[in-house]
Design a protein. Structure first.
Length: 357
């Protein structure tokens, strides 16, 4: 009797990227029409497939800078629509949980449109419906700084949601969009999680009890999000350790703590990076100091970002990153069932609760 073919686990990156960071400058120029500085090329697509990735929440639209937020966001949505249209065999737009299951069945990469700053809404709540109709499915309320919706993690006042922010949360609920509280300040997170009529998420974060930095969430925040049926994604970022030099074992420690606080049904991964690894780390390190300085000058950097810290986990990158993490979790005694939940099952269940399908 022939043994059944093993089904690959469903892997959902709750916040990541779909790009080749090694694309030559000439290739970047040719790809400007695609999506800003992103290089969604053959290698990026091949690496995503090889990694076992099922779906990824990408960041599009305005996050920071001098661009007009609303117009720039519409431009990026159109650009990503064009990318998806050019790669129908590889990519699948995700609007419901069923689309994630379809991507898995068809061995395509599901692309979830998400914001990392909601300022493109402006003062017009009607734009929430517009963005939903254009395919946006995740809306992060703030970036690191404060905006007219609430305070980010680096805003010293920690003032919480504004009156407009409360209206916006309910407008997002009405359109069945995910309310993402990554990057938010503590009061903004707690108030939004309590105010929302639907479960909320923190798609990429760490645990402050493990590494006391503003970008990480307190146990109170984590517990409230989980208790209300939400989702918490642990990132592969330097904020996982006070040294800024995070390793794969640090990711595991944050996952263990998050599961202890939230339960195994509410935790997953949101790496905050692409699958394709940077090939020349020495050259990248030379550029990093200028990038960190520019973010600090613009007021959008976070405590823990330094010239000597990498915005990824060096030994947990590339096409084997999800398999490596699974092996590390298995070595901690975690069952295949729990690991499958962490890799993607919990995000899928959360998507069903918010989006339907």
């Amino acid at each position: 009797m022939t043994a059944p073919v093993a089904v690959a686990p469903l892997v959902v990156n709750a916040l990541g990227a779909l790009e080749n960071p090694n694309a030559a400058s000439a290739d970047h120029a040719a790809l400007q029409q695609d999506a800003g500085q992103l290089a969604v090329d053959a290698r990026a697509l091949a690496d995503a497939r090889a990694s076992g990735l099922t779906a990824v929440n990408i960041t599009l639209g305005y996050v920071m800078g001098d661009e007009p937020p609303y117009a720039y966001t519409l431009e990026e949505i159109r650009a990503w629509d064009a990318i998806l249209a050019r790669h129908p065999r590889d990519l699948l737009p995700v609007r419901t949980a069923a689309d994630i299951r379809r991507a898995h069945a068809e061995r395509r990469i599901g692309v979830i449109y998400g914001f990392q700053n909601a300022v493109a809404v402006g003062e017009d709540l009607g734009r929430v419906r517009e963005f939903a109709e254009l395919g946006v499915r995740v809306v992060q309320l703030t970036y690191n700084q404060a905006n007219h919706i609430g305070d980010g993690s680096m805003a010293p006042e920690n003032r919480g949601l504004t009156p407009f922010g409360r209206e916006l949360v309910h407008a997002l609920n009405e359109q069945r969009l995910m309310v993402d509280l990554s990057h938010s300040g503590e009061r903004t997170c707690l108030e939004a999680a309590s105010w929302s009529l639907a479960p909320v998420s923190v798609n990429h974060t760490g645990c402050r009890a493990v590494a006391d930095l503003p970008r990480n969430k307190t146990d109170e925040e984590l517990r409230l999000v989980a208790d209300r049926g939400g989702f918490v994604g642990i990132y592969f970022m330097p904020f996982l350790t006070l040294s800024g030099h995070a390793r794969a074992t640090d990711v595991v420690e944050h996952l263990v703590h998050a599961v202890d606080v939230c339960g195994e049904d509410h935790v997953g991964i949101g790496t905050d990076g692409p699958v394709t690894a940077i090939d020349d780390l020495d050259a990248y390190r030379e550029q990093l100091a200028a990038q960190v300085a520019a973010r600090a000058a613009a007021g959008v950097g976070a405590a823990g970002e330094r010239a000597d810290t990498l915005p990824f986990v060096e030994d947990l990158r590339g096409v084997d990153q999800f398999r490596t993490l699974a092996r590390l979790l298995e070595s901690r005694g975690w069952s295949d069932t729990r690991i499958s939940k962490i890799l993607g099952g919990n995000f899928l269940a959360y998507a069903e609760r918010v989006w339907g399908g």
